[in-house]
Design a protein around this ligand. Structure first.
Ligand code: HEC
Ligand code: HEC
Length: 269
């Protein structure tokens, strides 16, 4: 039995499904009515502990952030809701299957990849915002080989991040650099060379730095004379006011649609 369960787990990993272990086939997932019904249930039964936006409270963890560290499949969310997490404050519930799936659909909309959920707005209009001069996103971010390299490549941002995380990255940057793994860094090497960029992976022994041209440097800490990590970010912090509500909504719709796996699915047809 145990070997069988491990085998099921290994298949999606081998299929390169990224950090979200499975795309559930259940019809509630991504279904606006189910999500709306799940939102109501969540507000009534769960928000008291997890916060109204799943952002956490005194008695329950932030579900969005938790899912980035520790992604849960839809089936696992179903089981957690039904059975609770024994030994913790997370209680079991007595909801029928349909209501439980409504809740799973809501949690999936909150914590699953943005591309797998309905997102309001016009992606075509959002595309113009992204590539236009007013927002200037493309000065720093590339999508499919076009654009700048100061910031992370966003070709798969909708396939890899929940909408809430994309929103937060644009509207409240600097808040979550650490958990996204993007620290602005300046390195002075013993050779005298200075490299500026974004630190991707950092340990006591080594550092991976993407410089402002987009090149990846693998640096041994033994070669480093001085490392300055910045808690501030090159990402502008005023988009909440610089862009209109409509521009932001459309921009998020465009970013949510960026999913390299969706491309791969299309290409293979
Ligand atoms: C009394 C407080 C409380 C209530 C009510 C509550 N939760 Fe939780 N929930 C928790 C705690 C605490 C955890 C963390 C358990 C742990 O440490 O693994 C948790 C964990 C979770 C997890 C993540 C499990 C994991 O492994 O990451 C999900 C999903 C979740 N809750 C959904 C819900 C839903 C949906 C409801 C409403 C039906 C709900 N919770 C109601 C306290 C609560
Ligand atoms: C001056 C350069 C710059 C501009 C302009 C810029 N960004 Fe960023 N952005 C960054 C950097 C650098 C990061 C990496 C994390 C950090 O430092 O905040 C980042 C992070 C992000 C992330 C999080 C990516 C992830 O998953 O790690 C998103 C999403 C994002 N930016 C979207 C945008 C959008 C949309 C715009 C335009 C409205 C924009 N950025 C404009 C530099 C920029």
């Amino acid at each position: 039995m145990r070997a069988f369960a491990l085998f099921l787990l290994a298949v999606p990993l081998l299929a390169q499904h990224g950090r979200y272990l499975s795309d559930s086939k259940h019809p509630s997932i991504g279904n606006p009515q189910a999500i709306a019904a799940g939102t109501k249930l969540f507000m009534g039964s769960c928000a008291g502990c997890h916060g109204p936006d799943g952002g956490g409270g005194a008695r329950g963890p932030n579900l969005v952030r938790r899912s980035l560290w520790h992604p849960l499949s839809d089936d696992a969310i179903f089981q957690v809701i039904r059975k609770g997490v024994p030994g913790t404050d997370m209680p079991p519930t007595a909801l029928n299957d349909e209501l439980t799936w409504n809740l799973v659909a809501f949690i999936h909309a909150l914590t699953g990849p943005a591309s797998t959920n309905p997102v309001p707005g016009d992606p075509a209009a959002g595309k113009s915002v992204f590539w236009g001069a007013k927002a200037g996103c493309a000065n720093c971010h590339a999508i499919r080989g076009q654009g700048g390299h100061t910031g992370p490549d966003l070709s798969n941002v909708g396939g890899g991040r929940p909408l809430a995380v994309i929103r937060e990255a644009v509207i409240e940057p600097a808040k979550d650099l650490y958990y996204l793994g993007n620290e602005a860094a300046t390195v002075i090497l013993r050779s005298g060379k200075t490299i500026q960029g974004v630190a991707k992976n950092r340990s006591n022994y080594s550092l991976q730095l993407v410089d402002t041209n987009g090149s990846l440097h693998l640096i041994s800490m033994g070669d480093v004379k001085q490392l300055t990590l910045s808690a501030s970010t090159p990402m502008p912090t005023n988009y909440a006011t610089r862009l209109s509500k409509d521009e932001l909504r459309d921009l998020f719709a465009y970013l949510a649609a960026q999913d390299t796996r969706a491309d791969a699915r299309k290409d293979s047809k």
